[in-house]
Ligand binder design. Structure first.
Ligand SMILES: [Fe+2]
Length: 181
């Protein structure tokens, strides 16, 4: 075991703290649990107002945001595709995931999926600040997990040499059965 046991909190920037709190509450049913605000940098006394909000995402994990009204608008890394950097939250069930999708779509929010990744099904959307959020509902079996565990190092080593996708777990993508033990 490593020396950590979960996400204490993950922090992103948001455009508007209140809008963010209400959005996560409305579409994902997540509770606002803490606000921390400051008008000055504690060390230097320089004016730098911020609002730091904390949202309970379940499982003892917290999603946090900073609103920084005096800073230039947030950008994103222009060299990284928009789908790459995202936060995937575990959905309790397919049913709740599809309800969230319907609620968002009713309000004109674009939702991609469900996409079947064999190990889990996912939907994707953007929050009001433009962060890409995924909801994932686990569909893996012990047999799948065992088969993947067996090939992970070979896949990583092959990738490291070739930078081409290794084919050890082709079954994940072509709908076939994972190999028996
Ligand atoms: Fe993902």
């Amino acid at each position: 075991m490593g020396i950590t046991n979960g996400v204490h909190h993950v922090a992103y920037r948001c455009k508007n703290a209140k809008e963010t709190v209400l959005w996560y509450q409305k579409y994902l049913g997540l509770d606002f649990v803490l606000a921390i605000a400051e008008d000055k940098v504690p060390s230097t006394g320089e004016p730098d107002p911020y609002m730091h909000i904390f949202i309970d995402i379940g499982g003892g994990n917290i999603l946090a945001f900073f609103e920084l009204p005096t800073k230039p608008e947030m950008g994103r890394d222009p060299n990284t595709p928009i789908w790459t950097q995202h936060l995937a939250l575990k959905a309790n069930s397919m049913e709740e995931m599809l309800t969230a999708k319907a609620k968002m779509e009713a309000d004109g929010i674009e939702v991609l999926g469900p996409v079947n990744h064999t190990l889990f099904q996912s939907i994707y959307f953007f929050d009001p600040s433009g962060h890409r959020i995924e909801l994932a509902c686990d569909t893996s079996t012990p047999r799948m997990n065992k088969a993947l565990d067996k090939v992970k190092w070979d896949m990583l080593d092959e990738w490291d040499r070739t930078k081409k996708a290794p084919q050890h777990a082709r079954w994940l993508h072509d709908g076939s059965e994972p190999p028996a033990e």
